[in-house]
Design a binder for this molecule. Structure first.
Ligand code: PSU
Ligand code: MN
Length: 307
């Protein structure tokens, strides 16, 4: 049984031991509106190529798990309506019935592990939602970080989540949460929301080394690199906090729950910030892609050395 289909470009890079960076597709189908979603997806791929690595956008299309999409597949996915949002729980079911679905961080990590891709760049990861003590809403992304050996570069976790609880769960699961180049945990649109990150690293080569070391120690799972949004693009936390509070109240009023929560909040925050949240979101994804390419190149060097 063929588990996944690499694009020709990705197959060539993997066979040659060249750096590859995985990219998720839920950010395209559920995270951003058309046509900015397609522009973002194309730019991210371009940034990774400029960084000397090969991009591998991942999605399930008509039952096939694609690792690397063609231009046409990317176009179609970005405009498709009613695409499923796939996490660890629903990936196999979607593939078994020939469905089409976008991969979340968790599902993208599973695909990356299968393909032997060690680095994955995205915007934000899922985490512990506010009020989780009532709703039990904790993203499967956290469990996946504890299981799949992939370094995930995100701009921290969104402040729509409960950041201290998210950090606690990651610690419990043995996932290193590493702020890149600063002490504070980046909070997606903002460079800080006032929480210290448990770990800090400043050098992509050391980040790659830490991943190799983790594997050598026999520890399953990956690492979360929290890369702050560039200063010029950030929306300060003081500006975001009341907007997030408003969006969260609106979600409650409308009885939004489960998988629909994150997409609803993102859309509502987009409206409340009059589009500014989207420009920041795109800027931070590109910034993460840049760092992802650097880490992937360093990881390749190390794999070459240790092979
Ligand atoms: N954060 C974003 N944009 C997104 C997501 C998170 O800024 O599109 C998506 C990612 O795919 C992430 C998923 O893995 O939401 C988490 O969803 P849930 O909380 O339902 O696990
Ligand atoms: Mn959830």
């Amino acid at each position: 049984m063929t588990l996944y289909t690499p694009s020709p470009e990705v197959a060539t890079a993997l066979a040659a031991g060249k750096p590859v960076v995985a990219l998720e597709s839920t950010i395209i189908t559920h995270g951003m509106p058309w046509p900015q979603n397609l522009e973002m997806a194309q730019k991210v791929e371009e940034v990774i190529r400029q960084g000397g690595a090969t991009p591998a956008t991942i999605a399930v299309i008509e039952g096939t798990l694609h690792v690397g999409l063609t231009e046409e597949q990317l176009h179609k996915l970005a405009q498709a309506k009613g695409v499923a949002k796939l996490s660890r729980a629903d990936m196999a079911v979607c593939m078994a019935h020939g469905g089409t679905g976008a991969t979340t961080v968790a599902a993208t990590m599973i695909a990356a592990r299968l393909a032997g891709i060690g680095v994955f760049a995205t915007g934000g990861i899922g985490g512990v939602h506010k009020g989780a003590e009532q709703s039990f809403d904790i993203s499967a992304d956290l469990q996946e970080l504890a299981q799949s050996p992939v370094t995930v570069i995100a701009a921290g976790a969104k402040a729509i989540l409960d950041l201290p609880k998210t950090l606690e769960v990651l610690e419990t699961l043995g996932v290193p949460t590493i702020a890149f180049g600063q002490d504070d945990l980046p909070a997606f649109w903002s460079r800080s929301a006032g929480h210290k990150a448990p770990l800090r690293m400043d050098d992509p080569a050391q980040i790659a080394r830490a991943q190799v070391m983790r594997g050598a120690l026999g520890l399953p799972g990956g690492q979360l690199i929290a890369n702050p949004i560039p200063q010029a693009d950030e929306i300060p936390h003081a500006v975001m906090a009341p907007i997030i509070a408003q969006a969260t109240r609106d979600a409650q009023t409308h009885g939004i729950h489960g998988k629909a929560v994150t997409p609803y909040l993102l859309q509502r925050i987009y409206e409340l910030t009059e589009g500014r949240s989207l420009s920041a979101n795109i800027a931070l994804v590109l910034n993460n892609a840049r760092l992802g390419a650097q880490i992937a190149c360093e990881l390749c060097k190390l794999r070459g050395e240790t092979a």
